[in-house]
Design a protein around this ligand. Sequence first.
Ligand code: LMR
Length: 331
Amino acid sequence: MKLKHILAAALLAVGLSASAQTIIKFSHVVAADTPKGKAAVYFAEKAAELTKGKVKVEVYANSALYKDKEEMEALQIGSVQMLAPSLAKFGPLGVKEFEAFDFPFIFDDTADLHKITQGPVGAAMLSKLEPKGIKGLAYWDNGFKSFSANTPLKAVADYKGKKFRIQSSKVLEEEIRSVGGIAQVMAFSEVYQALQTGVVDGTENPISNFYTQKMHEVQKHLTITNHGYLGYAVIVNKKFWDGLPADVRGQLEDAMKKATIYANQIAQDENDRSLDGVKKSGKTTVYVPTKEERMALKKAMAPVHTKMAGRVGQETLQQFYSATGFDPAKL
Ligand code: LMR
């Protein structure tokens, strides 16, 4: 080969590697117009800015790429690089400690929650994902769940015999059983239709999910129970992450820090805005339980804590209890 050809080939190679862009596919199951959906787009923008275009994050909302269970498998084999599954999704993966987040009434408010997600207990839990080939980067808030159905849900007896869609979680199954309901595990993307056709009678969701999936069109009653928490861990395929050049990884960590602040700032507002939307639609009656009604629900669900303690492990549960001050024995 002539020298000029060698030079041309070398220049081409340098040019190619300089312009090669890393693509991160970020898949999730909720609408773009939710706390998670907005934070994912925000992260994509920050990633492009901080890596100066070396990384492009492609966000796929509304289960466009994968449904609940499939997305975790896709991440582990590397077909998708980044996800933000709800914390309930890690129990079925075999990291049972995460099921503590599903315990009813374990958090009084977001301040309680942050003692876990922004402290050492939360960080230690994320590190338990590593043997599964998953690197946990951050916790993103959504909010507290409320129950909906086509009939009013005021007294505990109103839940009896009703079929409620839940995420795949043994703790959530027990929660529904504790009020005499029937739990039905189902992928998030199938809930609207299941409610519409009567396959299930009701469901539990933060209002941002309820409204953006248009569940208010197919549920006549929503009771603001705030009985349990639903939020996320942002995760990446560990091999992919460890294989990134250190400077790029650092820039992405920075982008993630910024996106996490943003996510946790907007979560409450997004849920409030969605509640306004539900009310304005006039299709669902929104009911705020009395103190006594909410306490009755809390008492009915208290046995879930003792029954399910063994799954999560006493150590984790005690860490949660000492952070939040919740004591099921005191109910
Ligand atoms: C669900 O299945 O209800 C949730 O995991 C959806 C979400 O917010 O990701």
